[in-house]
Design a binder for this molecule. Structure first.
Ligand code: KG4
Ligand code: ZN
Length: 333
């Protein structure tokens, strides 16, 4: 079963060919980040224009690398949301055109389900499962009793974890998106600032990162006013511990309350070294008979392979769309 999948929800134009939902034949990702960097964030109009320019090329490259033709395909899948509407529309229209021209089933995929199912490209998902989805736009704890059954048991009340990284990255003057750079600096410093771990003791699975962000910004501004030099690596380390401690604490608590067999890490922030190490250690030390799946760095950020992995199960259930399919920027799990 061969699926061509397309992902254009934000600033990556990506196409992939996936076999049987778990084998990557190709996964081409074209990042536009250099075009957005100087604006300090993703500019939706620029994103759409780049997708339009590259989509055909990227699809051709994915097909070529997988050594398949349109006649070999069993379906075409695409991210329908959430994301930037103009960006999503480019992928949705490309997928519809291919489905129509080659008479293929069209499978709409939720971007967040894609992040979760990226892990199926590493090993089979086991249920019940708990996914920690941490990206630039989302921070969610998702309980899954079975394939495709997503129950959000906790989420951020304000900023997403990746968003907080990017905002404090701007304060420390690293390029956008700052997550990767702050993570690198965090590995060189020490936890000397003791930033707040918001909501860590509250009896729920929700998160909040805006207070931490403000505490960070105030610390930097106050020092500047007094003419003090703060160690940027120590600031990054202290920030990283504050984010990661809460993410890990709540994930472990949920895994103790819900009968989970597997914990899944998903989304761009799953690339974070502190989170990967800390969660591995916490699962090993505090949970019995629960395995942890962490995607390789190539599958943490946005890519079409994860969309193909999620689409395989949708196709098995005959969850296909017709050519009236539209982008859904505010889609939830
Ligand atoms: O999933 P993703 O590629 O796009 C969205 O769907 O949002 O996630 C991007 C987010 C950005 O906020 C980026 O700064 C963050 O993931 N990120 C990281 C790291 N690598 C990427 N955050 C912390 N540490 C990292 N190593
Ligand atoms: Zn994403």
């Amino acid at each position: 079963m061969l699926i061509l999948s397309i992902e254009t929800s934000c600033d990556e134009t990506s196409a992939s060919v996936i076999e049987n939902g778990d084998t990557i034949k190709s996964n081409i990702v074209a990042s536009q980040i250099n075009s957005h960097k100087r604006f300090g964030g993703v500019v939706p109009e620029i994103a759409s224009r780049h997708h339009v320019e590259y989509i055909t090329l990227i699809i051709e490259e994915a097909m070529k690398e997988a050594k398949v033709t349109f006649e070999d395909l069993d379906a075409v899948a695409v991210t329908e949301g959430p994301g930037l509407v103009g960006a999503l529309l480019v992928g949705v229209n490309a997928a519809k055109a291919i489905a129509f021209a080659h008479d293929l089933p069209l499978i709409p995929v939720n971007h967040l389900a894609g992040h979760i199912y990226a892990n199926q490209l590493i090993e089979p998902l086991e249920f019940p499962s708990l996914a920690l989805v941490v990206s630039g736009g989302h921070t969610e704890l998702v309980y899954m009793k079975e394939h495709g059954a997503f129950e959000i048991i906790g989420e951020t009340r304000d900023d997403a974890a990746g968003e907080a990284y990017d905002k404090i990255g701007r304060v420390l003057g690293v390029p956008y998106p700052g997550g990767k750079y702050i993570d690198e600096m965090a590995q060189l410093g020490e936890d000397t600032f003791n930033f707040p771990r918001a909501m860590i003791h509250e009896d729920n699975y929700d998160f909040s990162f805006s207070g931490l962000k403000s505490a960070f910004i105030n610390t930097v501004h106050n020092a500047k006013q007094k003419g003090e030099e703060l160690n940027h690596n120590d600031l990054a380390t202290s920030f990283q511990y504050a984010v990661v401690d809460v993410l890990i604490d709540k994930t472990i608590r949920a895994a103790k309350e819900y009968p989970v067999k597997q914990i899944i890490l998903a989304g761009g922030v799953a690339a974070n070294s502190g989170l990967r190490e800390g969660l591995s250690k916490a699962v090993e030390e505090q949970l019995e008979n629960v395995c942890l799946v962490i995607p390789p760095l190539s599958l943490t950020g946005d890519n079409a392979a994860m969309i193909g992995a999620a689409a395989f199960l949708e196709l098995e259930k005959n969850h296909t769309a017709n050519l009236a399919l539209n982008a859904q920027p505010g889609l939830t799990l």
